[in-house]
Write a protein that binds this ligand. Structure first.
Ligand code: CMC
Length: 435
């Protein structure tokens, strides 16, 4: 426990005369947290917070978000500076190890990742068990979980060297697995990694190269992908990261925990939103149809939501969305597609929604996923692979959080409680006597 405790709240139950001291824990920046760990013992009550809107489930030193000010820091460094100056591998090192690497440390780290990019040939055969139209996220979550059947030699979660090798392996192999899922969907041969390429460039190579002709790598696409990876690398205790922590807190092997994270990411309220945004833009089709879809998004009886809009934490703007929006202009121009109709539609939709009282009063702004799909499509990545791209980047964050949790001597199994609203105790009735 590193957060400081300077004051405490006292909570009293007038009826029983019992009370509980709730220490106020302060971190380095951001809201303090009331430590309610003794509440149940002292007062026999739980706290109730569906969706964990006001619950800090852990201390963490990795990522900080100020949702009202639109601030995102990785290990203290603003996302804007990292996006402008850094690389995904440098950000990975920072998130995992806490500091920016020296040139030598970065070269060594990148070398370690490159060393592990191939996956066992037997794992490659798993893909053939999937139908060609299986969603790539289904293949990726299954194959990542299956990695636990291959690396018994380094799965002692309490051995720091094993944890280090795991972290290099999963970060190195997740692009190879992702690309294999894509190739399987297309019916094309798997493409082996090229360790002379940078991380993002290698992803593009494995996705798009074919054995019968040389693949010409587009540096604009590789640079754009590297930047998208930086922006998606971590986001503190989001649903998939919390899932990785919860699964990992049981002592489950780390591949199983990361696979759980992949599954949680898939949902359209989380990482699946990028795929859903593009589907929505195509469904809207033209600027004239925007009012109809905005009305649907506001109608509580319809399940339609404006995908890529709103965020649990950001109530001003999502700083990642700002960077991606600007990047869209640059990438589309560089690729000679500045008249991209989906981007035009997205810009108009944003403009109209941001003047609409419904979205203004609820502080709903475009999030990281609103524009990312436009860039992915422009560089040739199909819609079903968008969330897989997110998973590649977020693997770094998942691993950083898993490492932080496992190396904390105070780690306990995550075990939420509940407010029971089912039937009270009743007696079993023989089937012949039931009506
Ligand atoms: N379209 C229409 N209404 C919305 C939307 C939306 N996209 N998002 C929130 N609302 C409304 C919601 O109906 C509620 O209205 P009311 O107060 O009248 O009941 C109010 O805004 C608050 O919403 P909420 O559902 O209580 O907010 P939440 O914090 O539980 O959900 C969210 C956050 C991101 C799941 C939600 O905004 C959403 O579903 N957005 C669309 C999906 C999306 O873009 N997800 C990507 C999130 S960023 C990337 C990531 O985390 O992976």
């Amino acid at each position: 426990m590193n957060g400081k405790t300077e004051t405490a709240f006292e909570l009293s139950d007038g009826a029983s005369g019992r009370s509980s001291q709730l220490p106020v824990r302060t971190g380095t920046i951001g809201p303090a947290a009331l430590d309610i760990a003794g509440l149940h013992k002292d007062l026999d009550v739980f706290t109730y917070d569906p969706g964990f809107a006001a619950t800090a489930a852990t201390e963490s030193r990795i990522t900080y978000i100020d949702g009202d000010a639109g601030v995102l820091l990785y290990r203290g460094y603003p996302i804007e500076q990292l996006a402008g100056k850094s690389s995904f591998m440098e950000v990975a090192y920072l998130l995992l190890l806490g500091e920016l690497p020296t040139g030598k440390q970065l070269a060594e780290f990148t070398g370690n990742i490159r060393y592990h990019t191939m996956i066992n040939e037997t794992l490659l055969r798993f893909f053939n068990g999937f139908h060609h139209n299986a969603h790539p996220m289904a293949m990726v979550s299954a194959v990542v979980a299956s990695m636990s059947a291959f690396y018994h030699d380094t799965m002692d979660i309490y051995n720091p060297r094993h944890r280090e090798i795991f972290s290099h392996r999963i970060i190195a192999k997740i692009p190879t697995i992702a690309a294999a899922a894509h190739k399987h969907s297309l019916g094309q041969p798997f493409i082996y990694p090229r360790n002379d390429l940078d991380y993002a460039a290698n992803v593009l190579h494995m996705l798009f190269a074919v054995p019968c002709e040389p693949y010409k790598l587009d540096p604009v696409a590789a640079e754009a992908l590297d930047l998208l990876f930086i922006l998606h690398a971590d986001h503190e205790q989001n649903a998939s990261t919390s899932t990785v922590r919860l699964a990992g807190s049981t002592g489950a092997n780390p591949y199983a925990a990361i696979s759980a994270g992949v599954s949680a990411l898939w949902g359209p309220a989380h990482g699946g939103a990028n795929e859903a945004v593009l589907a929505m833009l195509e469904q809207i089709g033209s600027v004239d149809h925007i009012p109809k879809y905005l009305a649907m998004a506001k109608d509580k009886s319809s399940h339609f939501r404006l995908m890529g809009f709103g965020h649990r934490v950001y109530k001003n703007f999502d700083p990642r969305a700002k960077i991606i929006r600007e990047m869209c202009h640059r990438v589309l121009t560089a690729l000679g597609r500045s008249d991209n109709p989906l981007f035009e539609l997205a810009l108009r939709l944003e403009e109209i929604a941001l003047k609409d009282e419904y979205f203004v009063s609820r502080k709903l702004y475009p999030n990281v996923d609103f524009y990312s799909g436009v860039i992915y499509s422009a560089i040739g990545i199909p819609r079903s692979m968008f969330t897989v791209m997110f998973a590649i980047a977020r693997t770094v964050g998942w691993v950083a959080h898993w490492l932080e949790m496992i190396s904390d001597p105070a780690m306990r199994i995550g075990r939420p409680r509940q407010l029971y609203t089912g039937p009270p105790r009743r007696e079993y009735v023989e089937v012949s006597k039931r009506r």
